[in-house]
Design a protein around this ligand. Structure first.
Ligand code: PLP
Length: 401
């Protein structure tokens, strides 16, 4: 028998990074030193005590008892597809196809994999939720980044979008409400993106997984697909965030736009869906219960979250060298750190090791040197957030003494 040689992973994995989880390694080190950690790094409401609504659990349990434990249809069960269609129509989207997936993550991957070849490029926001870079990197597609503009409350810089486009650009991704900035985009920005997509023949991929987390009265979440029946668009959503069940891995994609140009693209998505059989079958029964509820589950959560958002934003802005825009959506804030001689990664690692506050460095979302930020979650109760603010303040004062 020959000697075993070390297995070399395939090149396609080298560019795949997931900063949010990488920070966990530093946290483990801090834990082993006995530090009392405050985790403000995980985008999972359930980890912060928000409970999966009971009617959703009952629907899944009932489906399991009724032995709905086979594979389902690859695109999803009819009652869930119907509920997603009604939801889409309420948001002003005219769906021409819907597919249920293993989290929104899989829907995003299906759409990108069905659309782009390796010589093509896709426009991603910077900063960006890292899943997109991971998918694009794995598929060997070029990512081109457009800026989100901190000065304009993190709205996309539309000139920067247009400046990145060439003949190989196939799609533009928007994340609205945004991770990591918490921004909700204005109608005007969305309309300009629609115009750009029309002008250059781009498919719009719109990630709306936080669409019900709208924290300010007077702010409306607009699905970009509702503004453009004539532009091919895929809208992503799921049960993970707004319905507190991320571990169930239920998401979906809604295709809208001119049917005649979309047929082959839709069939390509269906092929990928068939090849992986189905999304978790019994969990799909929670979809109609979730979506037909008129969002009652979030009614009590939003005011509490608004208070926590205000606490974190005001608290951060009182700390010297930190500046934080007020997010209107999701549960993230993305403050800027302005301390000479320390970059965001060092800031975050030291904050974890010295004060036990776990946040994610901005460069983990694709922001390059010079623009120092971190992402902080405001899901925990106020007293935890107050303690975190106290420790961040103490740390910054120590650093800048
Ligand atoms: N899109 C965004 C912007 C996210 O923040 C997340 C999770 O944090 C996802 C997609 C993943 O969603 P899912 O759990 O449905 O795969």
């Amino acid at each position: 028998m020959g000697r075993l040689s070390k297995i070399k992973p395939a090149d396609r994995t080298t560019g795949v990074e997931y900063a949010i989880r990488d920070i966990v390694e530093t946290s483990k080190q801090a834990l082993s030193l006995g530090l009392d950690l405050i985790y403000l790094n995980i985008g999972d409401p359930v980890k912060y005590g928000f409970k999966t609504p009971k009617p959703l659990i009952e629907a899944v349990y009932k489906a399991m008892l009724e032995n709905q434990n086979s594979y389902s249809d690859s695109l999803g069960i009819p009652e869930a597809l119907k509920a997603i269609e009604s939801y889409a129509l309420k948001k002003g989207i005219k769906p021409i196809d819907i597919f249920i997936t293993q989290g929104a993550s899989e829907a995003i991957e299906f759409a990108i994999a069905s659309l782009l070849n390796p010589q093509d490029n896709i426009l991603l926001p910077c900063p960006c939720y890292p899943l997109y870079q991971a998918i694009v990197s794995k598929l060997g597609i070029e990512a081109r980044f457009y800026n989100l503009s901190e000065d304009k409350n993190w709205e996309p810089d539309v000139e920067s979008i247009e400046s990145q486009i060439d003949k190989n650009t196939k799609a533009v991704v928007i994340i609205n409400p945004n991770n990591p900035t918490g921004a909700i985009y204005s109608r005007q920005t969305l309309e300009t993106i629609v115009e750009i997509a029309k002008k250059y023949n781009l498919v719009i991929l719109s990630d709306e997984i936080y669409d019900q987390f709208v924290l300010d009265e007077g702010v409306e979440h607009i699905s970009i697909a509702s503004l453009c029946d004539d532009v091919p668009t895929v809208t992503f959503n799921g049960l993970s965030k707004c319905y507190f069940s991320p571990g169930w891995r239920i998401g979906w994609g809604i295709v809208s736009g001119p049917k005649e140009v979309l047929e082959d693209f839709i069939e390509a998505i269906h092929k990928l869906a068939r090849a992986r059989l189905c999304a978790p079958h019994p969990f799909q029964y929670a979809i109609p219960v979730a979506l037909n509820n008129d969002n009652g589950y979030l009614k009590e959560v939003i005011p509490a979250l608004r208070k926590r958002r205000d606490l974190i934003v005001e608290g951060l802005n009182q700390i010297p060298h930190i500046m934080c825009k007020r997010p209107s959506g999701a549960f993230y804030a993305f403050p800027r750190i302005d301390i000479p001689g320390i970059d965001d990664l060092e800031f975050v690692k030291r904050l974890i090791m010295e004060e036990g506050v776990v946040v994610v460095h901005g460069s983990g979302f694709g922001l390059k040197g010079g623009a120092n930020h971190f992402r902080i979650i405001f899901l925990p109760e106020e007293k935890i957030l107050e303690e975190a603010l106290f420790r961040i303040d103490r740390f910054v004062r120590k650093l800048t003494k």
